[in-house]
Design a protein around this ligand. Structure first.
Ligand code: ADP
Ligand code: MG
Length: 614
């Protein structure tokens, strides 16, 4: 068949240009990305072969081989994975199908520095090969197709690519990079070994490298390394989460995170445990350092990948975490679920419920650790902060949960060497990225409501920053104060300037200020904290209990009596618009304010519903 020329989708051409120019100084990442694709292809084959074992053909081995040729200036990565048909190659290597990509492209500024940061959040994947290559050839044959239905895809990384049919006996894919002059360093055994160790050690299939040995030069000529014709395995070849925690370095945990979730910011903390009992699974869960772009979209992806006995089953297994923890990224490997488990089945599985509960418990524990460490600066005496380390933190003891599951192996792992942030900074970063999402848990997870409430932080009438916890508030409540007072509004500024606060200011009573959209809804579910009732100052007649000034109350009653005719008149004038008109003690400077009945929908919620067209 003849060769066909195709144009890249416009966004691809743009992305290519950007990738090759702005990632130039970090060119080595191409290897990690191509190995990651090869590994994904092996995962996909393993998964497809659950339903159809013939896909293994006569080649049951899954591996990745990296070969290079200094003279020809080539570097090739070959896998025995699922492979691509011609249509696949055109679709997968010529268009950007991924959601979020368009949005990503829209955010590009043209400022190289800013854009390379953006690119860092995003898996640049296959196209990163063009950082080091001026031409890339991909040869592939999909598992199950005859040898004649192979494909060769080729591009110089500018506007177009070509595709032609080839015959290829081997299943899987070979990506050949025609290295640029200044990228020849990658065509070397030691360089490749170093990069595999750095980025790809955790990959679950063997990565094989051409073996080299030293050969003396003849007759006074210098010696050199020569290939022996054998292959050596350059990675540990066992999936990271399956290894004992003590054998995994912080660097390796981070590298796994970066590569698996395409987030080039270090995670804030992680937890890695093998859970045994009636439901057996391994969990490796991370708190990201920043919010993904789709955090608030209805179909936002959750970042938990599901494996069953080390076979990759699916991305975004949302059943494994409650919705309010959707920012968590990680891997769950179950020993109990069937390999052919579907999303629908996941929703109903008892094992999945147990895993979700276990995950929830661990994630909340991890956030609690961050919060606790942020509060005790003494712990960081030597400038070394031990975040979420089960070894030095009184982390929650292994507790048998309802169905008798006991966590027996590891506790929360430490991220102690992280270079850039102390504990307080990490909790602040966590909270500013995900606090809003966490609040949803008040209405979503009643079993953990108090635990979640403890983690929330607010601004208040006495504190400008969003740092006040309910416990802080309680600790400084005035003598005789019986409730935790708060106000919700459209924004923090609106909350801060509300006339409802006048009386509280005058009396020196602190009020928590809430300005997130979710607050009104979420606080509706929380009636008390640690035994103290919560009271919105915008609802009903505010009862200050023993803090109420007797004289004031009497004066108000007298005024109400005296002003009765006036109140009646106002009420009539506003009839149909208000339910009652009252004399109040809650204002100091403002002449009047609107309040809602105790059980009534608050103004803020009413406004939200109106916006939503209700
Ligand atoms: P991502 O890996 O995030 O999907 P990439 O740009 O790295 O994005 O790869 C794009 C797509 O090309 C992959 O999703 C896959 O469908 C296909 N692909 C790339 N490399 C391989 C490979 N070695 N074997 C099979 N398919 C591949
Ligand atoms: Mg990829």
């Amino acid at each position: 068949m003849s060769k066909h020329a195709h144009s890249f989708q416009a966004e691809v051409a743009q992305l290519l240009h950007l990738v090759t120019h702005s990632l130039y100084s970090n060119s080595e990442i191409f290897l990690r990305e191509l190995i990651s694709n090869a590994s994904d292809a092996c995962d996909k084959l393993r998964f497809a072969a659950i339903a159809d074992a013939t896909l293994y053909e006569d080649q049951p081995n899954l591996d990745i081989r990296i070969a290079y040729d200094q003279d020809a200036r080539t570097l090739s990565i070959t896998d025995t994975g699922i492979g691509m048909s011609e249509a696949d190659a055109i679709a997968n290597l010529g268009t950007i199908a991924k959601s979020g990509t368009r949005e990503f492209m829209g955010k590009l500024t043209g400022d190289q520095k800013a854009d390379s940061q953006l690119i860092g959040q995003f898996g640049v994947g296959f196209y990163s090969g063009f950082i080091v290559a001026d031409r890339i050839t991909v040869e592939s044959r999909q598992a199950g197709l005859p040898a004649e239905q192979g494909v060769r895809w080729e591009s110089a990384g500018t506007g177009d690519f070509s595709v032609e049919a080839i015959s290829r006996a081997a299943r899987g894919t070979t990506v050949t990079l025609h290295l640029r002059e200044d990228a020849l360093e990658y065509a070397s055994n030691w360089k490749l070994k170093e990069l595999i160790g750095k980025y790809s050690d955790h990959i679950g299939v063997p990565i094989l490298l051409e073996k080299e040995t030293w050969q003396e030069g003849e007759e006074g000529q210098p010696g050199g390394m020569v290939k022996t014709g054998e292959w050596e395995t350059a990675n540990q070849a066992s999936a990271l989460w399956t290894r004992p925690k003590k054998d995994i370095s912080d660097e390796q945990y981070r590298a796994f995170y970066t590569q698996t979730f395409h987030d080039h910011d270090d995670p804030l903390a992680w937890t890695h445990n093998r859970v045994e009992g009636s439901t057996e699974y391994t969990q490796l869960l991370y708190l990201p350092g920043r919010a993904p772009m789709d955090l608030f979209q209805r179909d936002a992806k959750t970042g938990v990948k599901l494996y069953v006995k080390r076979v990759f089953i699916m991305d975004d297994a949302s059943a494994l975490l409650p919705n309010y923890l959707r920012f968590v990224r990680g891997v769950v490997d179950s020993a109990d679920l069937p390999l052919n488990v579907s999303r629908e089945l996941l929703q109903e599985s008892r094992d999945v419920r147990a895993i979700r509960d276990g995950n929830t418990r661990r994630v909340l524990g991890m956030i609690e650790d961050l919060a606790n460490k942020a509060r005790t600066p003494a712990d960081s005496a030597e400038g070394k902060v031990d975040i979420g380390s089960g070894d030095s933190t009184p982390a929650p003891e292994p507790t048998p949960s309802a169905d008798g599951v006991t966590d027996v192996v590891d506790k929360t792992a430490a991220d102690e060497a992280a270079k850039f942030a102390d504990a307080a900074d990490r909790f602040t970063r966590f909270y500013s990225a995900f606090g809003v999402v966490l609040k949803e848990g008040l209405g979503e997870d009643f079993g953990n409501q108090q635990r979640i409430a403890k983690l929330l932080r607010f601004a208040s009438t006495t504190t400008d920053t969003v740092t006040v916890s309910f416990a802080d508030y309680k600790a400084r409540m005035k003598d005789g104060q019986e409730a935790i007072y708060y106000i919700t509004a459209d924004s923090l500024t609106a909350a801060r300037n509300s006339p409802q606060l006048e009386l509280f200011r005058k009396k020196g009573i602190e009020v928590l200020l809430m300005g997130d959209r979710v607050d009104e809804w979420a606080m509706g579910f929380l009636t008390e904290f640690d035994g103290t009732p919560l009271q919105s100052v915008a609802k009903g007649a505010v009862d200050l209990g023993s803090l109420q000034d007797e004289g004031e109350a009497q004066a108000a009653e007298a005024a109400a009596e005296q002003l009765k005719p006036v109140l009646e008149q106002i009420k009539q004038a506003l009839s149909g618009q208000v339910e009652d008109v009252r004399v109040t003690t809650r204002l100091v400077d403002s002449p009047a304010c609107l309040v809602v009945k105790d059980a009534g929908m608050s103004l803020q919620l009413a406004r939200l519903l109106k916006q939503a067209g209700q």
